[in-house]
Design a protein around this ligand. Structure first.
Ligand SMILES: *Cc1c(COP(=O)(O)O)cnc(C)c1O
Length: 419
């Protein structure tokens, strides 16, 4: 459910007319619905009410400060994967006791910064990282709270490039090494074992892979406790898919919660979740204008002013995004390849997509782009980062500005010998 709906054939974000907004802001731009963000966070929270679960929003999905602030107000913590994300979470007033730190390459500076503020937990992905954290904590005469991220070796559907829970993926501690590494952690001064962490991938559309991974982890917890490890938390990561309009219907958070309660109840642990896409994905759209319609031999290209640098998912993961005309018409349905201006053949948002006929200067909305959209943007082809707009009822605010060309190049320096 989201708040992007047609009113008399014009697409609105909550009570804001996107045609009028495009006039004011200039295209392309992202627009997020605050009500949708809050709703998704509440649905997730309600699925686990009556538990002490920590919902640590995966900042990487959409790290905009205003988005973090909204989610913080809804009770979210943060799952961060870099010092920059840690800084953002703190800036949005997310309490350090609600921050977990994931990622395979935490550096000395990042570990120090996280110990400084007193985060809730490091999700440790390897033996050398475990040793590094312990060493830094010892030098500071403190103890760092940790969980080991275990790779349960399950295949989680989804796209090849977003699967993380198989042996060949770089993430986590291999299943067969888990117990012995916990043994090592137990004997290590500078770290305190708090729990177990697992995250098997993203855009997972069925419960089965989650269930088989979580059941495996439950058996591991029993073994670890038998070994004398005090496991009091279980971080189940993120990964719950969303409908992108391609006919896939991922499980409702309620059913996900029901399965998890069944599998984890006997363990008596605090659950931690790291949802990203499920919170932000359907809370945002990318509004872009048709520049040209190009007739080729065997197809028509709808050339729009947004490119793969503004939204990478189709080029990176062959992702499907629904594309809606911002003004509904009764025109004939035509098949278009919807492409951007970037000088790459992979700069294509959709292939042979059926749309009502569109004309230059008309607007289309690329749907479900609130997660891993603006977050992955670059300035490739010297295209300034596009603005992000937040809508709240009939109000809107620019929450990231479009930099000028001057701003875009101001950090570059010509060396003295070239001046
Ligand atoms: C990316 C990521 C998430 C969020 O995944 P979603 O599919 O967006 O829910 C959570 N935890 C970790 C460790 C991640 O890398």
């Amino acid at each position: 459910m989201h708040h992007f709906q047609y009113r008399e054939n014009r697409l609105f974000a909550e009570d804001v007319d996107l045609t009028a907004l495009a006039e004011q802001i200039g295209t392309p731009f992202y627009v997020y619905s605050e009500a949708t963000l809050r709703r998704h966070m509440r649905v997730f929270r309600q699925a686990f009410e009556h538990t002490d679960a920590l919902i640590a929003y995966a900042v990487k999905a959409n790290p905009n400060l205003a988005v973090l602030k909204i989610l913080a107000r809804e009770g979210a913590g943060a799952d961060v994967v870099s010092g920059g994300e840690l800084q953002r979470a703190l800036e949005a007033s997310i309490s350090p006791e609600k921050i977990v730190f994931s990622g395979v390459a935490k550096t000395f500076d990042e570990i120090n910064a996280a110990i400084d503020v007193g985060i809730y937990q490091f999700n440790v992905e390897s033996e050398p990282e475990l040793e590094a954290i312990a060493k830094i904590a010892r030098a500071r005469q403190t103890t760092a709270p940790i969980a080991l991220r275990i790779n349960p070796d399950v295949s989680a559907g989804g796209h090849e490039k977003i699967s993380t829970g198989r042996t060949e993926d770089k993430f986590g501690v291999p299943w067969s090494m888990a117990r012995s590494l916990y043994g090592k952690a137990r004997a290590l001064e500078g770290v305190a074992i708090k729990g177990v962490d697992v995250h098997i991938g993203s855009q997972i559309a069925e419960l089965a892979p989650f269930e088989s991974a979580f059941k495996k982890i439950a058996t591991l917890i029993a073994d670890l406790r038998a070994d004398g490890c005090p496991i009091e938390r279980l971080d189940l990561g993120g990964g719950l898919g969303i409908p992108y309009g391609e006919g896939v219907t991922p499980p409702h958070p309620k059913d996900y919660a029901e399965m998890i309660t069944r599998v984890t109840k006997p363990l008596d642990v605090q659950l931690i979740f790291e949802p990203g896409r499920m919170i932000a994905g359907n809370a945002g759209v990318l509004v872009t204008r048709v520049v040209y319609v190009k007739e080729s031999i065997d197809r028509k290209f709808l050339i729009v002013d947004a490119g793969m640098n503004d939204l990478m998912r189709p080029a990176l993961y062959d992702a499907w995004h629904d594309i809606w005309p911002v003004e509904k018409t009764e025109r004939d349905i035509t098949e278009y390849d919807v492409v951007g201006p970037v000088c790459e053949s992979s700069d294509r948002f959709a292939k042979a997509r059926s749309l009502p006929e569109l004309l230059p200067s008309e607007l289309v909305s690329i749907m479900s782009t609130g997660a891993y959209g603006a977050a992955q943007t670059s300035q490739y082809n010297s295209r300034p980062l596009i603005p992000e707009i937040l809508v709240h009822h009939d109000q809107h605010a620019v929450i990231r500005q479009r930099p000028s060309f001057q701003k875009m190049i101001e950090s570059e320096v010509i060396p003295t010998w070239l001046v």
